[in-house]
Design a protein around this ligand. Sequence first.
Ligand SMILES: Nc1nc2c(ncn2[C@@H]2O[C@H](COP(=O)(O)OP(=O)(O)O)[C@@H](O)[C@H]2O)c(=O)[nH]1
Ligand SMILES: [Mg+2]
Length: 265
Amino acid sequence: MCIVASNLSTNWNSSSVYPRASVVVPCYNEAARLDTELFRQYIAGNMQTRILFVDDGSTDGTASVLENIRAGLECRAEILRASENRGKAEAVRLGITHALNHFEQEVAGYWDADLATPLDSISRFLNLLDSRPDIEMVFGARVKLLGRYVVRRSTRHYLGRVFATVVSQMLRLPIYDTQCGAKLFRVTPNLRKVFAEAFISSWVFDVEIIARYLNLYGNDPVHLERVIFEYPLERWTDVAGSKVGPGDFLTALWDLIKIQRKYLG
Ligand SMILES: Nc1nc2c(ncn2[C@@H]2O[C@H](COP(=O)(O)OP(=O)(O)O)[C@@H](O)[C@H]2O)c(=O)[nH]1
Ligand SMILES: [Mg+2]
């Protein structure tokens, strides 16, 4: 049995198969941050989306929190487990490849478990992909504009801006925010190729994804510029309890060097 709310948000074309999107939520030791009610409300009320939680070796109560979220909503909530922790990049890759191998969907992507980007942005991204067939991927962008609620600690904001500037120079792509944990992709043969092999970077695999697309587009950044839509989020909050520490900034820069050598050299 699957509980379904009556006020379904189905802006999407209702003639298609449901769920039309699979969204991977990587979860590592997230028992304290997972919001059971918000996830349950979203899954119950949105027939267009399947949520795939990926828990690789959490040592806290993540497994039971995920079971509670899924109870009664099994048709649109999956839990994938791996006994060994392999990092966010591999967890996301596991979830996306599972979705591509087991389900039919038009869109696949990933969303951080702390809901720094609220789940209701998923339908905004989906509507955008629906209205813009030329776009292949929608990335959340944390832009502090008036009238939006984007709250980020200033150190992370400035480190993030430095990082984003380096990345956009490296990719020759005027991208504003590569690191937001809210991204959806149209399911295409290229998406399968991009997620086929393990990433060489752990925290900046988002950049590696873009570099892989760039290779598939004949290293033509202009082509890539036409198919990526950066969506300025209405709401983004820097949720406490991040697993990224100050030392990870240096690891991230080292990962960029590895990406440059492997894909952009
Ligand atoms: N499955 C899995 N998820 C991870 C791992 N490391 C981080 N994550 C998830 O990645 C997302 C972002 O993590 P977070 O610590 O909030 O990073 P930040 O928002 O970039 O500071 C969350 O959903 C985490 O649970 C991991 O090793 N395995
Ligand atoms: Mg976070």
